[in-house]
Design a protein around this ligand. Structure first.
Ligand code: GTP
Length: 266
């Protein structure tokens, strides 16, 4: 589908290697990000999670008969987007989650979509996003109608689904696989369009002027300097390394992320 989030960005691998897709799950606390992630990975609904933990999981998937190495970052922002670059510069696609029984979480999801649109504008890249109204099993306590969810998704050019982490696994799996398809479409477009580039040394680091207006003052964006672009190494030649992400504004323990050597974390 067409995305409003600008131009595509890096990822993918050689013909026979599994497609590499990084997926970040965003949303306000309590929306059900961890429950959906765990449901997708284990087919189980587990009702309580430590809200302070942020983890990245790997899963070998087959989507449309194609092997996919999927990494899922279950983010744990506090009440608003924070230290956003850890996922903005990492993910190929985003699942933005709210809970259908919480107006507040719906408003939070709107902030995340605005953040993604802003980041796309700043970087001139594309970021497929899917909007998910979770806790469909709680529909009798709805504070957000399906039409409102669809309208918000329409405003940002996203796919929209209502799901439940405690109902059927197949529906949750379908949504994650749709995110992979969206990411794959962008990656294919990108590989047809031009070689992949990454900032070598001098990223121009500035505060995006719109962030304050969107209440996203804690998020800064790194815009790539055109004078310091370098072709990204082929994924097949990259080694797997373990790195720690910056936890400057978080009280949580640093998560361990497995990233491809040659990628730079801004
Ligand atoms: N009924 C119902 N409860 C859910 C569903 N998904 C999550 N929950 C519950 O909602 C609460 C919050 O779920 P989490 O998965 O921890 O939410 P989160 O978005 O990861 O929240 P943080 O970790 O605080 O960022 C937990 O008590 C879950 O059991 C769902 O689909 N239906």
């Amino acid at each position: 589908m067409a995305s409003v989030f600008g131009k595509p960005r890096a990822g993918g691998g050689p013909q026979n290697a599994p497609l590499e897709v990084n997926l970040a799950i965003l949303g306000r606390r309590g929306a059900g990000k961890s429950a959906l992630t765990v449901k997708f990975l284990t087919r189980r609904f587990i009702s309580e999670y430590d809200p302070n933990l942020e983890d990245t999981y790997s899963s070998e998937e087959t989507v449309d008969h194609q092997p996919v190495h999927l990494r899922v970052m279950d983010t744990a922002d506090l009440d608003t987007p924070r230290n956003c670059e850890r996922y903005l510069n990492w993910a190929h696609a985003f699942l933005v989650v709210y809970s259908v029984d919480s107006r507040q979480s719906f408003e939070g999801s709107s902030s995340y979509l605005e953040l993604l649109a802003l980041h796309a504008k700043e970087t001139q890249r594309s970021f497929p996003a899917l909007l998910l109204g979770n806790k469909l099993d709680m529909a009798q306590y709805r504070q957000v109608t399906q039409a409102e969810g669809a309208a918000l998704a329409g405003r940002f050019g996203c796919l929209f689904f209502e799901v439940s982490a405690c109902l059927d696994f197949e529906h949750v799996q379908h949504v994650f696989h749709e995110a992979v398809r969206e990411a794959r479409r962008e990656l294919e477009k990108n590989s047809l369009a031009r070689p992949l580039f990454i900032s070598e040394e001098r990223a121009v680091h500035h505060q995006a002027p719109l962030t304050a207006r969107h209440g996203l003052a804690s998020c800064t964006f790194n815009t790539l300097s055109t004078t310091s672009l370098k072709e990204m190494p082929a994924v097949a030649q990259a080694k797997l390394v373990t790195v720690k992400s910056s936890r400057a504004q978080s009280k949580r323990k640093a998560p361990t992320l497995t990233l491809l050597k040659g990628f730079k974390i801004f």
